[in-house]
Design a binder for this molecule. Structure first.
Ligand code: GMT
Length: 376
């Protein structure tokens, strides 16, 4: 198949997922065309069947707000025709789905049929999409896509609850590529971070408020009183300087390492003993899955799709959002019991395998084939 993938190119989970999906489809022999306003963060290499098309937005003094959606729709019209795409798969409803549907209509007038698959990732439904200004467009885009998928059961339920949906929404969960995410032996790196054999707690996110990174510090400040440990923070974003200040205010700065944005996350996860994900909301929690694939149990909040990934008392523990005492107690008890901890590591890996890329890729291909065949 010739597949167009539209996504946000930044370090957000939807862009990561879309990029990994495109790369995997290309590896399987499909021709994949990424369409975005800059090169997706994880699109680090090119092969003969992967293409990247940048959306350029014409600047004009009259435009206080550049019309990205119009530029994107125009680009899709171009690429569908020039690359003879069979399908457009757009990640994130706003504005990708509505732009794709505009492109579809324009192409229909030219006698070109292009089915649109929309994947809902979370914030497009739970936060941004519910804004009254966007609601009508999100609703219309979902109902008029040829197929719609959601990355978790809870996200599907939330979409049905908050919007007036007439379209079937299929759950196709996020996935993990075990060729990349697996526990690697990194004795030298572990020795560098934890020279006295301290336990290593890890958090990775884009440091937005919704991630509650301050809770990571609060949990760690309690854990370190009971268990010699280090905290490694990966990622960057609007809350980073506030979090750095908080680590000084909590007097835990010497035990906290800020690594910033990293590409080889799996290398760092491999030295972890626990992964902390205390998010306010999370439609899936791809970061937790990446940790679990590297055999790291997860201490997380019990919100959104996280319990579909992290199983309480099996692969880690779930606590109410903001209950950092409970999270810390769970972390301490796990770190102090090596038998249970080892078992949780194994369980985490086993659970991660249920989201193996190889299984999920087939589901996306089936969605594509179904909508393409409806026309032919
Ligand atoms: O939450 C983020 O950091 C970014 C956001 C996005 O839209 O890119 O991530 C969402 O999509 C990810 C991939 O499907 C999910 O794993 C995240 O849980 C989801 N984030 C939220 O729902 C807050």
């Amino acid at each position: 198949m010739r597949i167009g993938i539209v996504c946000y190119p930044t370090f957000g989970g939807s862009g990561v997922l879309a990029t990994e999906l495109g790369k995997a489809l290309a590896n399987k022999g499909h021709e994949v065309h990424f369409i975005s306003y800059s090169q997706p963060a994880r699109l680090d290499f090119f092969t003969e069947n992967v293409f990247y098309h940048e959306v350029n937005i014409a600047k004009y003094p009259l435009f206080e707000y550049a019309p990205y959606e119009t530029a994107l729709a125009g680009k899709m019209v171009d690429i569908v025709q020039s690359a003879q795409l069979d399908i457009l798969h757009v990640h994130y409803a706003i504005p990708h789905a509505s732009a794709a549907l505009l492109a579809k209509q324009i192409l229909a007038e030219k006698g070109v049929y292009i089915p649109v698959v929309t994947t809902l990732h979370g914030t497009d439904i739970t936060l941004v999409g519910r804004e009254i200004t966007y609601q009508h467009v999100v609703n219309w885009s979902i109902n008029n896509s040829d197929a719609v998928t959601a990355v978790s059961h809870i996200l599907r339920a939330q979409t049905l609850e908050h919007f007036d949906i007439t379209k079937h929404i299929e759950v196709v969960p996020n996935f993990i590529d075990f060729d990349r995410f697996n526990k690697k032996s990194h004795a030298h790196f572990k020795q560098m971070i934890a020279p006295a054999g301290e336990k290593i707690l890890i958090h990775t996110s884009n440091f937005r408020k919704v991630k509650r990174v301050e809770d990571v510090l609060l949990v760690f400040s309690k854990v370190i009183k009971q268990v010699p440990s280090k905290l490694v923070l990966i990622g960057d974003g609007p809350e980073r300087s506030h979090i750095e200040k908080l680590s000084r205010d909590l007097n835990i700065e010497p035990w906290v390492t800020f690594l910033g944005k990293q590409d080889a996350i799996e290398e760092i996860l491999s030295i972890g003993d626990l992964f902390i994900l205390p998010s306010e909301s999370e439609s899936f929690g791809l970061a937790a899955l990446e940790a679990m694939a590297c055999e790291v149990p997860v201490i997380s909040s019990n919100t959104g799709g996280i319990p579909e990934v992290n199983l309480h008392g099996i692969t880690g523990y779930l606590s109410e959002v903001g209950d950092t005492d409970n999270m810390a107690n769970n972390a301490i008890s796990l770190l102090n019991n090596s038998t249970v901890h080892d078992q949780f590591r194994k369980n985490a890996l086993k659970q991660a395998h249920t989201f193996d890329l190889k299984k999920i890729l087939i589901q996306y291909e089936a969605v594509y084939e179904k909508v393409i065949s409806i026309r032919t």
